[in-house]
Design a protein around this ligand. Structure first.
Ligand code: ZN
Length: 82
């Protein structure tokens, strides 16, 4: 995704080492697990929370971290740094 801001053009770049993160959250007490790469681990946390609290309403959400970098940055356009 790119956007132009005045004379500068920016692009968003996800960090492939971090990847998509998942969080399980209780909709009763709003407690949530630490974000994890695995959706199954986030759901496992929800099941453990049911056992510990009896709470039965949950949400699993996914998110991704991005850096905004200038489009003419060497790591975006493939040209070696000068
Ligand atoms: Zn809860």
């Amino acid at each position: 995704m790119r956007a132009r801001d005045g004379f500068l053009e920016w692009t968003l770049r996800a960090d492939p080492k971090v990847g998509l993160r998942h969080v399980g959250k209780c909709m009763i007490c709003w407690e949530s697990c630490v974000d994890t790469r695995s959706a199954d681990k986030a759901r496992d946390w929800c099941l453990k929370h049911v056992g510990a609290t009896g709470h039965t309403g949950f949400q699993v959400s996914a998110f991704e971290f991005f850096d905004a970098i200038l489009t003419d940055h060497p790591s975006v356009n493939g040209t070696p740094p000068t």
